[in-house]
Design a protein around this ligand. Structure first.
Ligand SMILES: *[C@@H]1O[C@H](CO)[C@@H](O)[C@H](O)[C@H]1NC(C)=O
Ligand SMILES: *[C@@H]1O[C@H](CO)[C@@H](O)[C@H](O)[C@H]1NC(C)=O
Length: 140
């Protein structure tokens, strides 16, 4: 913790990189007329997959009586490390809006590239969920 704090102070003093604010919103549609649940997440993907940075993730929301909901993700990142001058922002929605019983799927958008020097990056992603995405075994 102390190490993390002092790294931020050093970044702040030397102005090595300024933070970029990421915001994403959109709608999730599931016209099945059943209860469905979802988790939406926004990541910054590094060259090394195991270092993926989570920018924001929702809790597991369950929707009882709506075929469409809107979501909002927000968070910041401070430089990409590893020689990159672009952020690679990935979005995913893990959901059980499926016609098969007891199935969870994860749908991803195309990677969105944005300059590390950008102050703010805004994206809208509207997703039709029914049976979309690869099969996964849990919401996280
Ligand atoms: C997303 O944000 C934009 C800009 O703030 C707004 O116009 C739009 O209505 C929002 N969409 C949803 C689904 O909330
Ligand atoms: C999704 O999961 C919730 C909670 O487990 C369950 O109540 C609901 O019936 C599931 N919906 C579908 C479409 O499978």
């Amino acid at each position: 913790m102390r190490f993390i704090c002092s790294s931020y102070i050093i970044l702040a003093i030397f102005g090595i990189s300024a933070a970029t604010l990421f915001r994403t919103n959109g709608t999730l549609s599931c016209p099945l007329f059943r209860t469905w649940c979802y988790v939406a997440a926004m990541f910054e993907e590094d060259t090394f997959r195991f270092l993926d940075d989570r920018i924001d993730i929702t809790v597991t929301h369950c929707v009882n009586n709506a075929n469409q909901v809107s979501y909002h993700l927000i968070g910041d990142q401070n430089g990409d490390g590893f020689y990159n001058s672009y952020y690679e922002v990935a979005l995913s929605v893990t959901h059980n809006c499926t016609t098969r019983w007891n199935t969870i799927r994860k749908v991803r958008n195309q990677i969105h590239y944005s300059k590390v020097s950008a102050k703010e990056v805004f994206q809208t992603w509207n997703v039709q969920l029914i049976d979309e995405g690869e099969r996964v075994y849990d919401f996280d």
